[in-house]
Design a protein around this ligand. Structure first.
Ligand code: A5P
Length: 237
C-alpha cells in the first residue's frame, strides 16, 4: 500500500497488481492508457527493475509511451512485433459479458489496434466502471473523427439516434486533438441494447476512424476494491 492513497486509487492499484502477475519473461506487452493502466505500467516497471523481467512494450498512446520511458520499460513497435502476447488496459464502462466503452482519454483507436493484435487482453478497473448495459448513466461513446468529415459524421450519428458533442480541451481553447491528429465526438445513444450492431453502423460512416465500443475483445477483467479484486473471465468468440 502506498501512502496517501485514496480508496479509489487503492482499488485501481489492486486490479493493476493482479493483472501484471500474468506477464511472463520475454513477452510482448501492450500498454493501455488512462489512470488505471498507468498503475499497471508502474507495477510492470517495478517488475522489470526488481525481477529482471525482460519484456518489450507497445504503448497505446503518447501517455503510455512516456510512462514506459519513465519506468525504463523497453518499447517496440507493432511493425516489429505484430502479435502482442498480453495487454493490460482500463475502461470507462464494463458489462458482465466484458464488453466495454473506452476513450475517455481519447486513446481508443490505438487501444483497439493493440487489443486486436493481442492474444490475452486484461482489463483493470475499479467498481465504479461496472454497468449492466453499455451507455447507462449518460455515458457517451467516444468516437475519433477525421476533422474534414465532422459535419457528415454529426448528421449520420444523429440519424442513428445519437446526440453528438465535440470534445473540448481543458488548458487550451478548441477541440481535443487525438494522438493521431483527429477530433473526438462523444455520442450519447442512451443505453445500448445491441453494441455490436451499433459498432457496425458507426464504422460504415466515412470519416469515423474508430469508436470506443470494445465488443468481444476482453479475456479477463479484474475489478479492484480497496481490499482485493474480483475476477471475471470470458471465452472470446
Ligand atoms: C483512454 O482513452 C481510455 O480508453 C481509458 O482506458 C479509460 O478512459 C479508462 O481510464 P481511467 O483508468 O483513467 O478511468
Amino acid at each position: 500500500l502506498k501512502p496517501n492513497q485514496t480508496p479509489a486509487e487503492e482499488s485501481k492499484r489492486n486490479a493493476a497488481l493482479e493483472a501484471v502477475k500474468h506477464v511472463n519473461n520475454w513477452s510482448i506487452v501492450g500498454l493501455g492508457s488512462g489512470s488505471t493502466a498507468a498503475l499497471a505500467i508502474e507495477a510492470l516497471g517495478e517488475r522489470v527493475k526488481h525481477e529482471n523481467l525482460n519484456i518489450l512494450a507497445i504503448p497505446s498512446s503518447y501517455q503510455a509511451f512516456q510512462l514506459a520511458i519513465e519506468w525504463r520499460i523497453p518499447v517496440t513497435t507493432l511493425e516489429e512485433h505484430p502479435i502482442i502476447d498480453i495487454t493490460i488496459d482500463g475502461a470507462d464502462q464494463i458489462t458482465p459479458e466484458l464488453n466495454l466503452i473506452k476513450g475517455n482519454g481519447a486513446a481508443q483507436t490505438r487501444e483497439k489496434v493493440v487489443a486486436v493484435a493481442t492474444k490475452l487482453n486484461i482489463i483493470i478497473a475499479d467498481e465504479t466502471k461496472k454497468v449492466k448495459t453499455l451507455g447507462e448513466n449518460n455515458q457517451p461513446v467516444p468516437i475519433e473523427v477525421l476533422p474534414f468529415a465532422l459535419g457528415l459524421v454529426k448528421r449520420k450519428i444523429t440519424e442513428l439516434g445519437g446526440k453528438p458533442t465535440l470534445r473540448e480541451t481543458k488548458g487550451k481553447v478548441g477541440p481535443v486533438i487525438s494522438d493521431n491528429g483527429n477530433v473526438i465526438m462523444d455520442a450519447d445513444f442512451g443505453t445500448i441494447i445491441n453494441p455490436a450492431e451499433l459498432q457496425t453502423k458507426l464504422k460504415a460512416i466515412p470519416g469515423i476512424i474508430e469508436t470506443g465500443l470494445f465488443i468481444d475483445l476482453t479475456d479477463i477483467a479484474y475489478i479492484g476494491t480497496p481490499t482485493g479484486t474480483e475476477r471475471t473471465e470470458k471465452q472470446r468468440k
